[in-house]
Design a protein around this ligand. Structure first.
Ligand code: SIN
Ligand code: FE
Length: 291
Protein backbone atom coordinates (compact mmCIF):
# COMPACT_ATOMS: atom_id res chain seq x y z
CA UNK A 1 0.00 0.00 0.00
CA UNK A 2 2.72 2.50 1.02
CA UNK A 3 6.19 2.77 -0.51
CA UNK A 4 8.22 4.74 2.02
CA UNK A 5 11.07 7.23 1.53
CA UNK A 6 13.34 8.80 4.16
CA UNK A 7 13.41 12.16 2.33
CA UNK A 8 13.52 15.22 4.61
CA UNK A 9 13.94 18.00 2.06
CA UNK A 10 11.89 19.06 -0.92
CA UNK A 11 15.02 19.42 -3.06
CA UNK A 12 16.39 15.97 -2.19
CA UNK A 13 17.94 13.86 -4.94
CA UNK A 14 17.19 10.19 -5.68
CA UNK A 15 19.22 7.31 -7.07
CA UNK A 16 18.27 5.59 -10.35
CA UNK A 17 16.94 2.64 -8.41
CA UNK A 18 14.79 4.84 -6.19
CA UNK A 19 13.42 6.64 -9.24
CA UNK A 20 12.60 3.42 -11.06
CA UNK A 21 10.96 1.90 -8.02
CA UNK A 22 8.95 5.06 -7.40
CA UNK A 23 7.59 5.04 -10.96
CA UNK A 24 6.82 1.33 -10.83
CA UNK A 25 5.08 1.47 -7.45
CA UNK A 26 3.08 4.56 -8.36
CA UNK A 27 1.92 3.12 -11.68
CA UNK A 28 0.89 -0.07 -9.89
CA UNK A 29 -1.37 1.82 -7.50
CA UNK A 30 0.90 2.30 -4.49
CA UNK A 31 1.16 5.50 -2.46
CA UNK A 32 4.64 7.05 -2.28
CA UNK A 33 5.00 8.03 1.35
CA UNK A 34 7.40 10.55 2.95
CA UNK A 35 6.80 10.41 6.72
CA UNK A 36 9.53 13.01 7.43
CA UNK A 37 8.89 15.50 4.66
CA UNK A 38 7.17 18.49 6.26
CA UNK A 39 6.19 21.86 4.86
CA UNK A 40 7.02 24.67 7.29
CA UNK A 41 4.91 27.77 7.61
CA UNK A 42 6.32 31.22 8.33
CA UNK A 43 4.93 32.91 11.48
CA UNK A 44 2.73 35.20 9.35
CA UNK A 45 1.24 32.12 7.63
CA UNK A 46 0.14 30.37 10.85
CA UNK A 47 -3.18 32.29 11.06
CA UNK A 48 -4.23 30.66 7.77
CA UNK A 49 -4.66 27.38 9.65
CA UNK A 50 -8.29 28.20 10.27
CA UNK A 51 -11.52 27.16 8.53
CA UNK A 52 -12.59 30.84 8.62
CA UNK A 53 -10.30 31.60 5.69
CA UNK A 54 -12.26 29.30 3.40
CA UNK A 55 -15.39 30.35 1.56
CA UNK A 56 -18.02 27.89 2.87
CA UNK A 57 -19.47 27.55 -0.65
CA UNK A 58 -16.18 26.25 -2.07
CA UNK A 59 -14.84 22.81 -1.22
CA UNK A 60 -11.24 24.01 -0.92
CA UNK A 61 -9.08 27.06 -1.30
CA UNK A 62 -7.56 26.85 -4.75
CA UNK A 63 -4.57 28.42 -6.40
CA UNK A 64 -3.50 28.20 -9.99
CA UNK A 65 0.23 28.96 -10.13
CA UNK A 66 0.35 29.40 -13.90
CA UNK A 67 -1.92 32.47 -13.63
CA UNK A 68 -1.17 33.40 -9.98
CA UNK A 69 -4.89 33.09 -9.34
CA UNK A 70 -6.37 32.37 -5.89
CA UNK A 71 -10.01 31.54 -5.15
CA UNK A 72 -12.29 29.99 -2.53
CA UNK A 73 -11.20 32.40 0.23
CA UNK A 74 -13.13 34.86 2.37
CA UNK A 75 -12.47 37.72 4.81
CA UNK A 76 -8.85 38.30 3.82
CA UNK A 77 -7.18 41.70 3.52
CA UNK A 78 -5.22 42.35 0.34
CA UNK A 79 -2.02 41.70 2.23
CA UNK A 80 -3.27 38.41 3.68
CA UNK A 81 -4.34 37.32 0.24
CA UNK A 82 -0.84 37.93 -1.06
CA UNK A 83 0.65 36.01 1.89
CA UNK A 84 -1.64 33.03 1.43
CA UNK A 85 -0.96 33.05 -2.29
CA UNK A 86 2.76 33.07 -1.67
CA UNK A 87 2.45 30.13 0.78
CA UNK A 88 0.55 28.09 -1.82
CA UNK A 89 2.95 29.14 -4.54
CA UNK A 90 5.87 27.92 -2.45
CA UNK A 91 4.16 24.58 -1.89
CA UNK A 92 3.45 24.31 -5.60
CA UNK A 93 7.14 24.84 -6.40
CA UNK A 94 8.30 22.38 -3.74
CA UNK A 95 5.88 19.71 -4.92
CA UNK A 96 7.01 20.25 -8.51
CA UNK A 97 10.64 19.95 -7.49
CA UNK A 98 9.97 16.70 -5.62
CA UNK A 99 8.01 15.09 -8.44
CA UNK A 100 10.57 16.11 -11.04
CA UNK A 101 13.53 14.70 -9.15
CA UNK A 102 11.75 11.53 -8.03
CA UNK A 103 9.99 10.86 -11.35
CA UNK A 104 12.34 12.40 -13.96
CA UNK A 105 10.81 10.19 -16.63
CA UNK A 106 7.59 12.24 -16.27
CA UNK A 107 9.25 15.63 -15.84
CA UNK A 108 8.82 16.96 -19.39
CA UNK A 109 5.24 15.74 -19.66
CA UNK A 110 3.68 16.86 -16.38
CA UNK A 111 0.97 19.47 -16.66
CA UNK A 112 0.79 21.70 -13.59
CA UNK A 113 -2.82 22.03 -12.43
CA UNK A 114 -4.48 23.39 -9.31
CA UNK A 115 -2.94 23.70 -5.86
CA UNK A 116 -5.40 23.33 -3.00
CA UNK A 117 -5.41 24.15 0.69
CA UNK A 118 -8.01 22.32 2.82
CA UNK A 119 -8.42 24.04 6.19
CA UNK A 120 -11.83 22.53 7.00
CA UNK A 121 -12.11 19.48 9.30
CA UNK A 122 -13.22 16.64 7.01
CA UNK A 123 -15.30 14.79 9.58
CA UNK A 124 -17.48 17.91 10.17
CA UNK A 125 -18.23 18.51 6.53
CA UNK A 126 -21.81 17.90 5.40
CA UNK A 127 -22.36 17.52 1.70
CA UNK A 128 -24.22 15.53 -0.97
CA UNK A 129 -23.02 11.94 -1.46
CA UNK A 130 -21.45 12.86 -4.82
CA UNK A 131 -19.22 15.49 -3.25
CA UNK A 132 -18.57 13.45 -0.11
CA UNK A 133 -14.91 12.44 -0.14
CA UNK A 134 -15.48 10.38 3.04
CA UNK A 135 -16.86 7.77 0.65
CA UNK A 136 -14.47 5.54 -1.28
CA UNK A 137 -14.01 6.79 -4.82
CA UNK A 138 -11.57 7.33 -7.65
CA UNK A 139 -11.20 10.97 -8.73
CA UNK A 140 -13.11 12.22 -11.76
CA UNK A 141 -14.21 15.82 -12.23
CA UNK A 142 -17.64 16.60 -13.72
CA UNK A 143 -16.72 20.00 -15.21
CA UNK A 144 -13.06 19.30 -16.07
CA UNK A 145 -12.85 16.23 -18.30
CA UNK A 146 -9.24 15.07 -18.38
CA UNK A 147 -9.67 12.92 -21.47
CA UNK A 148 -7.59 10.00 -20.25
CA UNK A 149 -4.73 11.90 -18.63
CA UNK A 150 -3.53 10.65 -15.25
CA UNK A 151 -4.24 12.60 -12.07
CA UNK A 152 -1.11 12.74 -9.92
CA UNK A 153 -1.37 14.46 -6.55
CA UNK A 154 1.10 15.50 -3.87
CA UNK A 155 -0.46 15.90 -0.40
CA UNK A 156 1.20 17.33 2.71
CA UNK A 157 -0.40 17.31 6.16
CA UNK A 158 0.43 20.73 7.67
CA UNK A 159 -1.71 20.40 10.81
CA UNK A 160 0.08 22.19 13.66
CA UNK A 161 -1.78 20.34 16.47
CA UNK A 162 -0.36 16.96 15.51
CA UNK A 163 -3.61 15.73 13.97
CA UNK A 164 -3.32 12.90 11.46
CA UNK A 165 -5.12 12.77 8.16
CA UNK A 166 -6.92 9.45 8.01
CA UNK A 167 -7.78 7.81 4.72
CA UNK A 168 -9.38 4.56 3.74
CA UNK A 169 -7.76 2.94 0.71
CA UNK A 170 -9.89 0.48 -1.22
CA UNK A 171 -9.45 -2.39 -3.66
CA UNK A 172 -7.33 -2.27 -6.87
CA UNK A 173 -8.74 -0.35 -9.84
CA UNK A 174 -9.26 -3.53 -11.90
CA UNK A 175 -11.62 -4.82 -9.19
CA UNK A 176 -13.48 -1.52 -9.07
CA UNK A 177 -13.89 -1.70 -12.85
CA UNK A 178 -15.11 -5.31 -12.77
CA UNK A 179 -17.68 -4.42 -10.16
CA UNK A 180 -19.08 -1.15 -11.51
CA UNK A 181 -18.61 -1.04 -15.29
CA UNK A 182 -21.34 -3.64 -15.97
CA UNK A 183 -23.82 -1.23 -14.28
CA UNK A 184 -22.91 1.72 -16.50
CA UNK A 185 -24.97 2.68 -19.55
CA UNK A 186 -23.42 4.37 -22.57
CA UNK A 187 -23.96 8.17 -22.64
CA UNK A 188 -27.03 9.43 -24.47
CA UNK A 189 -25.84 10.39 -27.99
CA UNK A 190 -24.96 14.10 -28.24
CA UNK A 191 -24.66 14.62 -24.46
CA UNK A 192 -20.97 15.55 -24.57
CA UNK A 193 -21.52 18.22 -27.27
CA UNK A 194 -24.45 19.75 -25.37
CA UNK A 195 -22.43 19.88 -22.11
CA UNK A 196 -19.62 21.60 -23.97
CA UNK A 197 -21.95 24.01 -25.76
CA UNK A 198 -23.61 24.99 -22.48
CA UNK A 199 -20.12 25.40 -20.96
CA UNK A 200 -20.99 22.85 -18.25
CA UNK A 201 -17.74 21.11 -19.13
CA UNK A 202 -14.50 23.01 -19.79
CA UNK A 203 -13.55 20.61 -22.56
CA UNK A 204 -15.16 17.68 -24.38
CA UNK A 205 -16.40 14.92 -22.05
CA UNK A 206 -14.96 11.84 -23.73
CA UNK A 207 -16.26 8.31 -23.25
CA UNK A 208 -13.39 7.85 -20.81
CA UNK A 209 -14.63 10.77 -18.70
CA UNK A 210 -18.16 9.39 -18.86
CA UNK A 211 -17.08 6.01 -17.48
CA UNK A 212 -14.82 7.51 -14.81
CA UNK A 213 -17.54 9.87 -13.57
CA UNK A 214 -20.06 7.06 -13.49
CA UNK A 215 -17.64 4.84 -11.56
CA UNK A 216 -17.00 7.72 -9.12
CA UNK A 217 -20.74 8.30 -8.57
CA UNK A 218 -21.70 4.62 -8.37
CA UNK A 219 -18.98 3.88 -5.83
CA UNK A 220 -20.08 6.75 -3.62
CA UNK A 221 -23.78 5.91 -3.94
CA UNK A 222 -23.37 2.28 -2.89
CA UNK A 223 -23.63 2.10 0.92
CA UNK A 224 -23.04 -1.62 1.01
CA UNK A 225 -19.89 -1.22 -1.07
CA UNK A 226 -18.66 1.57 1.19
CA UNK A 227 -18.96 -0.68 4.22
CA UNK A 228 -17.93 -4.04 2.86
CA UNK A 229 -15.47 -3.44 0.01
CA UNK A 230 -11.93 -4.54 0.83
CA UNK A 231 -10.26 -1.54 2.43
CA UNK A 232 -7.55 -0.44 4.78
CA UNK A 233 -7.19 2.60 7.00
CA UNK A 234 -4.05 4.65 6.41
CA UNK A 235 -2.84 7.36 8.81
CA UNK A 236 -0.79 10.28 7.52
CA UNK A 237 0.73 12.14 10.51
CA UNK A 238 1.20 15.89 10.53
CA UNK A 239 4.49 16.72 8.88
CA UNK A 240 4.17 13.91 6.33
CA UNK A 241 3.80 13.98 2.54
CA UNK A 242 2.40 11.46 0.09
CA UNK A 243 2.10 11.13 -3.69
CA UNK A 244 -0.76 9.18 -5.24
CA UNK A 245 -2.55 8.79 -8.55
CA UNK A 246 -6.07 9.39 -7.32
CA UNK A 247 -7.73 8.39 -10.60
CA UNK A 248 -6.48 4.86 -9.97
CA UNK A 249 -6.35 4.41 -6.19
CA UNK A 250 -9.71 4.04 -4.50
CA UNK A 251 -9.60 6.40 -1.51
CA UNK A 252 -11.70 8.20 1.08
CA UNK A 253 -10.56 10.96 3.44
CA UNK A 254 -12.15 10.37 6.84
CA UNK A 255 -10.61 12.78 9.34
CA UNK A 256 -8.08 15.56 9.44
CA UNK A 257 -7.65 19.26 8.92
CA UNK A 258 -5.12 21.38 7.04
CA UNK A 259 -3.62 19.68 4.06
CA UNK A 260 -1.89 21.20 1.06
CA UNK A 261 -2.25 19.42 -2.25
CA UNK A 262 -0.77 19.88 -5.71
CA UNK A 263 -2.39 18.28 -8.76
CA UNK A 264 -0.56 17.37 -11.97
CA UNK A 265 -1.97 15.81 -15.10
CA UNK A 266 0.10 13.33 -17.06
CA UNK A 267 -0.58 12.00 -20.57
CA UNK A 268 -0.67 8.18 -20.47
CA UNK A 269 1.99 8.05 -23.20
CA UNK A 270 4.49 9.36 -20.64
CA UNK A 271 3.98 6.35 -18.36
CA UNK A 272 6.44 3.45 -18.19
CA UNK A 273 3.55 1.01 -18.26
CA UNK A 274 0.65 2.61 -20.03
CA UNK A 275 -1.36 -0.61 -19.57
CA UNK A 276 -1.69 0.27 -15.86
CA UNK A 277 -3.59 3.49 -16.61
CA UNK A 278 -7.33 3.69 -15.93
CA UNK A 279 -7.75 4.59 -19.61
CA UNK A 280 -6.14 1.40 -20.90
CA UNK A 281 -7.74 -0.78 -18.21
CA UNK A 282 -11.18 0.52 -19.16
CA UNK A 283 -10.50 0.22 -22.90
CA UNK A 284 -9.47 -3.39 -22.40
CA UNK A 285 -12.54 -4.15 -20.33
CA UNK A 286 -14.91 -2.49 -22.82
CA UNK A 287 -12.95 -3.56 -25.87
CA UNK A 288 -13.32 -0.07 -27.27
CA UNK A 289 -11.30 3.11 -27.74
CA UNK A 290 -12.44 5.73 -25.20
CA UNK A 291 -10.71 8.99 -26.20
C1 SIN B 1 -9.88 13.30 -1.86
O1 SIN B 1 -9.11 13.46 -2.82
O2 SIN B 1 -10.86 12.59 -1.99
C2 SIN B 1 -9.64 14.01 -0.54
C3 SIN B 1 -8.28 13.81 -0.04
C4 SIN B 1 -7.95 14.66 1.15
O3 SIN B 1 -8.42 15.80 1.21
O4 SIN B 1 -7.21 14.19 2.02
FE1 FE C 1 -10.60 12.11 -4.12
Amino acid sequence: MLHTFTTRQWNDTFSDTEQQQATHQLEHGKILYFPDLAFSLAPNEQPFLSPDVADPHAKNISYYAVQHKLWGVQRLTDQERIQLQSMMDRFSRYATQLVQSLLPHYANHLILARTSFRPVQISDRKTSYRKDDKRLHVDAFPSSPNQGKRILRVFCNINSQGEERVWRVGEPFEEVVNRFVPQIAKPFPGTASVLRLLKITKSYRTLYDHYMLQIHDKMKADNDYQQHAPQQEVHFPSGSTWIVQTDHVSHAAMRGQHVLEQTFYLPVAAMREEACSPLRVLEKKLNQQLV
